[in-house]
Design a protein around this ligand. Structure first.
Ligand code: GDP
Ligand code: ZN
Length: 345
């Protein structure tokens, strides 16, 4: 059977099948993955099988090895907890992408929820998110929320990100205006996913309106953690567990990633990118690269820079170039050895 890892449960994995998403199947991973240096991750597509006698024996041995000092009663408890698990993950699909912080495999779309006002949108953080998404092969989509509070700002955000090459949904989660367009987009993507494995995450700074938006999109959605009950969860969880929730969208189904206290910042720690590759992460710079006067052009302020020329023509938004400059400088302040070290974490 083919399913998706939807959460990690103390060394075990919760797996759900797209055709029966409401049922969670607890699985163990076969030892082979560890030997191959593979860590099954939330979002991975997996093949699961009934555990064999050999699986059970291996599981018991692993547990004995993992807790050598443990007393008999604890040992029995642990065995009951996991050696008796009926299912094993026998194969992992090839990954399309892997985000490291938070750890999610195969995320298709990352929605960045930006408020048009109250609070003011943080464009630098949003642009960092698009850079991360480009680097990990995840599609970023901009949601300009609270359009009711500032229609001008909504138009401006739409202009900035459409010019950059992104889908933008200006809307008001509170009034519901524009929410249908986003819902239609999600339904389309969910229906198009061949294996019922379309995965999306919503990221937004606190106050951006993420919870309001998710309730407007999916009134019956009740997340155990994160978005909906975020306010009660905050502070209690320090580790970032991601969980995927099955959500029905039209005829289809998609998987919504959520974690306690999800914010834009979870996706924007990237002191591990080589700075000379940064320009490649700005979609709207792409047709300029290779056309600057200097081959080593940094696109910050050089004469004859094709990016700056495009900026001058209004085809690159000033805020996007400003973010580029800021990120470039931030990255340059991190020494190469440290970036390498960070990328291995
Ligand atoms: P979160 O922290 O991102 O989950 O944000 P919330 O969903 O809790 O929303 C923060 C505040 O903004 C709440 O008071 C919401 O009622 C309000 N809000 C959310 N969406 C909108 C909107 O589209 N328009 C207006 N005017 N207020 C909104
Ligand atoms: Zn240049």
């Amino acid at each position: 059977m083919h399913g998706i890892i939807t959460r990690g449960v103390g060394g075990l994995y919760g797996v759900r099948l797209p055709e029966k998403p409401d049922e969670e199947i607890l699985c163990r991973a076969r030892g082979i993955f560890r030997k191959m240096g593979l860590t099954p991750t939330v979002g991975d597509g997996v093949t699961i099988e009934r555990a064999t006698e050999e699986d059970r024996i291996n599981a018991e041995r692993e547990e004995d090895e993992a807790s050598p000092g443990a007393g008999r009663s604890r040992m029995r408890y642990v065995k009951q907890k996991s050696a008796d698990v009926d299912w094993v993950i026998s194969a992992l699909d090839e990954r399309k992408s892997l985000l490291i912080r938070p750890p999610i495999a195969n995320l298709d779309v990352l929605f960045a929820v930006l408020p048009c006002a109250s609070p003011e949108p943080d464009l630098l953080t949003a642009d960092k998110l698009t850079v991360i998404a480009e680097n990990y092969g995840v599609e970023a989509v901009i949601v300009a929320n609270k359009a009711d509070l500032s229609p001008e700002r909504a138009r401006e955000l739409t202009q900035i990100y459409e010019t950059a090459g992104y889908r933008v949904f200006p809307l008001s989660a509170a009034s519901g205006e524009g929410v249908d367009a986003l819902l239609g987009y999600l339904e389309e993507l969910a229906a198009g996913a061949s294996r019922g494995d379309f995965k999306a995450a919503f990221a937004g700074a606190s106050g951006a309106g993420k919870s309001t938006l998710l309730s407007a999109l999916f009134p019956s959605l009740r997340l155990a953690t994160g978005a909906v009950s975020r306010k009660t969860e905050r502070g209690r969880h320090t580790t970032r567990h991601v969980e995927l929730y099955p959500v029905r969208a039209g005829e289809g189904l998609f998987w919504l990633a959520d974690t306690p206290g999800f914010s834009l910042l979870d996706f924007t720690r990237f002191d591990f990118f080589p700075s000379d590759e940064l320009a490649l992460s700005f979609r709207e710079f792409e047709d300029c690269l290779g056309h600057c006067r200097y081959t080593k052009c940094t696109h910050l302020r050089e004469e004859g820079c094709a990016v700056l020329e495009k900026l001058g023509k209004g085809l690159v938004a000033p805020s996007r170039h400003e973010s580029y400059v800021r990120i470039y400088e931030e990255q340059r302040s991190v020494p190469e050895w440290k970036r390498r070290q960070n990328s291995e974490k």
